[in-house]
Design a protein. Sequence first.
Length: 468
Amino acid sequence: MKRSLIVLGASLFLLALGVSAHTEASGGSKPESNPSAAAFAWGGDLRMRQVFINNVGLNDQSPIADRTFQRYRGRLWSRYSPTEQLSAEARLMWEGRHYHKPNADQWPIPGFETWYSGGLLFDQLALSLDQPAGLPLSFKVGRQDLILGHGWLVLEGTPLDGSRTIYFDAARATLDLAEIETRVDLIYLDQEATTGRFPRPLNGVIEDQIEQYETGAILYARNRSLFPETDLDGYFIYKQDRPDFTPGNIRVNNGAPFPSPSDRGDIYTVGLRAEGDLSPAWGLRAEGAYQWGQLNGSDLTAVGFNGRLLYRLQDAHDSRFHADLEYLSGDDPGDSADQAFDPLWGRWPQWSELMIYQWPLDSRVAQATNLLRLNLGWMAQVHPTSLLTFDYHALFANEESTLTPQQAVNLSGDGRFRGHLFTVWLKAKISDHISGHLVAEYLAPGDFYAEHRRDDSYFLRAELVLHW
């Protein structure tokens, strides 16, 4: 795949230069020079976080239940456009950590680094070709971010590194039919399980980014003309998983070794999504998907739904209430088939930072599945610079099942209530150069979990970001 992306990128570069030369030679008068056609831009950001987590694994007797650490991430980006059609972009990322808790000798697997010096790598490195010869087409090839819809199924390509990156190694073609307000994306992606492929980390340390090698194809269409002020999306997604076998299924990232099994299979997903306003006060978002295929030796048939009803008070603080419903089917342990919905590339904290650390009790890091979530929330612009949100989530499991047989000891076997989750966010944008947030979450576990997995848990984080 690396060679394919390089060849495709070189082809795009030569094609763009050829189109530019043809346009210059065939036109009557030479077009006026556009300063932006040869523009060079650059910038960066520095993100600093302090994190406190209580009772990871919901067992306060565990020596590694409490986590306290700092994260420091710096990024530098640049973009160069030799022509109006062609541009190249790159972003270099570094993130290090310092763990106060737990101690290295408390970690159950050797190799835990309390002072993690950080990974230094390119999380963006791509070529873009925009509307060659005036065609309504654009192309982008290389390492890039991909976010489709609101990221329910496609956003996070590197879930094991804890939000320091989200990149995909991909080729993307976009057809923009402006007359009918329709956009169609065709995407091919190929994800290495580790950081060992080009562009390799500059610090020479290879880390795990996902548990398996992943190949995928996505056809995603969006229309805004069928219903006024409404996004109507339809998509087909294919994902192939190939295991990355490591001793004991141990993965290493951010200085911490931990076990997490690989997937093997072929998953097909079709879905529809709609988002728009029903009136000036009411808004609605709904997305549903159906999956089939083979996963880990079983026939897969699964369904998922994610919806939000929004009500705006239309007051001075832009106060809004919302009600969410999310359903991700779970595996029925009574048959040989698999009904557990696969979130694909949606393994990120969509509605909870704390649950990212609790999902390994019956699934994998950030892999939400076997879930019924009912949510009520409120948000308001309490200050011109600050947004405050409160949310309550009632969390249920649809089946009494786990991803692996070894995880069965974490379940009670006589309940399906995962627990009560409360979250509070204060997000602030002080200026164009300074932003940050405070977040607090509290989980009161329910009877889905075994007796030794029912201790209350909380998550606290402070973040400051400097932009330039």
